[in-house]
Ligand binder design. Structure first.
Ligand code: SF4
Ligand code: SF4
Length: 207
């Protein structure tokens, strides 16, 4: 089934609207990060993927559903399910990490929010002022002073702001869960919904 067909099937459903909203949120984040990067001249070490080697993300159901839909578009849902069934349930590094892929993530285009923010956003200190902590694996030693951050507040990408935006999209279920656990559930759910939408039960014969 083609991308557009799947998308059309979910248009008008609550999940379809939420998936469009999360896509929009990620696209806004991408634009904001480009600006943030330009203004402060920040960036990752070329070819680096160390964060994914040392990290296993927890994500929300909605993020997992977004990933599941993306995997279905690409026809990789079964491949990822097989991987999930053959992987340690508590891995020390992210099972989606692949050294031989672009950006070292086998799901880069559909990666969750925390992965998008890592190393490329500011947090808030105890007084609510912006603070930037360079990723410890980044070979480029980047330091941004509090004064500079204050002067350029308008271009800052703040983790908690985007985290809150994500919560607003699914306020009844803001909790996060280990990626493999929630992605497995999401793939089955999206498969079921697509199946129901594309092959609904026939109407009882009126005659
Ligand atoms: S989902 Fe992708 S970007 Fe996120 S930790 Fe895993 S490999 Fe890294
Ligand atoms: S955030 Fe840090 S560890 Fe991750 S790719 Fe960038 S420099 Fe490397």
């Amino acid at each position: 089934m083609e991308y557009d067909q799947i998308l059309r099937l979910l248009i008008g459903t609550r999940l379809g609207e939420r998936l469009s909203s999360i896509q929009e949120l990620f696209s806004q984040l991408e634009t904001a990060q480009k600006r943030f990067q330009e203004v402060f001249c920040i960036g990752c070490t070329e070819g680096c993927g160390s964060c994914c080697e040392h990290f296993y993300p927890n994500i929300t159901n909605l993020e997992a559903e977004y990933m599941a839909l993306g995997l279905m578009f690409e026809g990789r849902d079964q491949q990822i399910l097989d991987m999930i069934h053959n992987t340690d349930k508590e891995p020390s590094s992210c099972p989606l990490y692949r050294k031989d892929t672009s950006y070292h993530c086998s799901c880069y285009a559909i990666r969750p929010l925390v992965c998008r923010l890592f190393g490329m956003a500011v947090s808030k200190d105890k007084e609510g002022r912006p603070a930037f902590r360079n990723c410890r694996w980044n070979e480029r030693k980047i330091e941004i002073s509090k004064e500079d951050l204050e002067l350029n507040r308008k271009v800052l990408v703040t983790m908690s702001d985007f985290g809150m935006e994500l919560e607003y999209l699914q306020p009844e279920d803001p909790k996060t869960y280990p990626l493999l656990e929630v992605l497995e559930r999401a793939i089955y759910k999206i498969r079921f919904l697509i199946h129901m939408e594309s092959d609904p039960e026939p109407e009882p014969n009126a005659s």
